[in-house]
Ligand binder design. Structure first.
Ligand code: MRU
Length: 351
């Protein structure tokens, strides 16, 4: 991984410190801080508290978490080692329920451990290599998604205006982005006029992270609140919408950051194409449709205060689902590393 350039990598394996370095995404954009993670319990906590967030990025982080846990197991008994690793996997699985990449990465690490022959110490080394491979693959996958996304850009206007929701950029992946990866590729190819970024209540990933990433790269970006998208579309300001995904069911129903579903309805009402950009590791073919996707609920504190200021009366009751499910019928296409697929054709790619 090229650490010398100004690329943003939310998760880095630091060879000399023998630990993982995470960009603390809860502090951006006011402060650029990193945290060193050397124990799997700390990685689980970092995922839960959203120091690292975004579906592919938490998959990468969990993979390293598995290695950090594995290296602490002091035994030469293979069965005991695997049993302990299952316990570590369980702790990591309990961090965030919606993004399937987390479960996918943990399963891949477990499978590697079960299938690796050699001493326990050799298996530990293989687990580190596997976490690095998962990270490297995600980077390449996102670059392919970005470039495949160029094919869906309308030919007129020559430069398009794209609306996006939440943060799906380098910070949310191994380092390029899914929806923001397409935006990045469009910018590189001089096909992008401007990005409109939804602020993404309640945690403001759009305002804090997407705008920050765009500014780092000189991509023209305008911040709007989530409730402004219908107005912008009515004013013909938006050519297409591209968002990411946390889990896609076999029929194409897609869970993504809360507010995505209403954005898709608004897009349909204005004949604006609505695309999902996601790697295949986000597709959960075990689920027939979106009703089976578990939706994370987060603490009321994310709603009842802005910064440290409380904004509602005492006694207010809260509901804070972090994701919603957009029905496949509202999705124009899914941009993946294998090409652009309609939700209806997804099943043909089942592996
Ligand atoms: O709660 P978050 O910030 O982890 O949610 C992130 C999103 O919903 C993203 O849109 C999704 O993970 C895709 S990231 C490439």
């Amino acid at each position: 991984m090229d650490n010398s350039s100004n690329h943003i990598y939310p998760v880095i394996w630091n060879e000399s410190k023998d630990c993982v370095i995470l960009i603390d995404q809860t502090r951006l954009p006011q402060e650029y801080n990193v945290v060193e993670i050397a124990r799997y319990e700390d990685m689980a906590q970092a995922i839960k508290t959203m120091i690292v967030r975004g579906a592919p990025a938490i998959g990468v982080a969990a993979a390293y978490g598995m290695y950090l846990g594995a290296r602490e197991i002091r035994t030469s008994d293979r069965n005991y080692f695997l049993q302990e690793l299952e316990t570590i996997a369980q702790v990591l699985r309990q961090t965030r329920p919606t993004a399937v990449n987390l479960f996918w990465a943990i399963s891949r690490m477990l499978k590697t451990a079960y299938e690796s022959v050699g001493s326990i110490e050799e298996v530990k080394d293989i687990l580190l290599e596997t976490a690095q491979t998962i990270q490297q693959e995600d980077l390449q996958t996102c670059q392919a998604i970005g470039d495949n996304g160029l094919s869906i850009l309308p030919t007129t206007p020559e430069k398009v205006t794209i609306l996006t929701h939440c943060n799906t950029g380098s910070l949310a992946t191994a380092g390029y982005g899914t929806a923001l990866g397409v935006i990045r590729s469009a910018w590189r190819e001089k096909r992008l006029q401007r990005v409109y970024a939804d602020e993404t209540r309640p945690r403001l990933q759009g305002a804090k992270l997407t705008v920050w990433e765009c500014i780092q790269e000189g991509i023209p970006v305008t911040l709007i609140t989530d409730s402004m998208s219908a107005h912008c579309m009515q004013q013909n300001m938006i050519d297409l919408v591209i968002v990411g995904a946390d889990r896609i069911a076999g029929n194409g129903d897609t869970a993504n950051k809360i507010g995505t579903y209403s954005l898709a309805i608004v897009a349909q009402a204005h004949n604006v194409p609505f695309y999902i950009a996601a790697p295949f590791s986000t597709i959960d073919f075990k689920l027939v449709d979106g009703r089976q996707i578990p939706i994370e609920e987060r603490p009321p504190s994310e709603i009842y205060q802005i910064g440290s200021t409380e904004i509602c009366p005492k006694g207010t009751e809260f509901y804070n689902p972090a994701f919603d499910v957009t029905p496949a019928k509202l999705i124009t296409g899914i941009i993946t590393e294998k090409g652009v697929i309609t939700p209806q054709d997804l099943i043909k790619h089942k592996i």
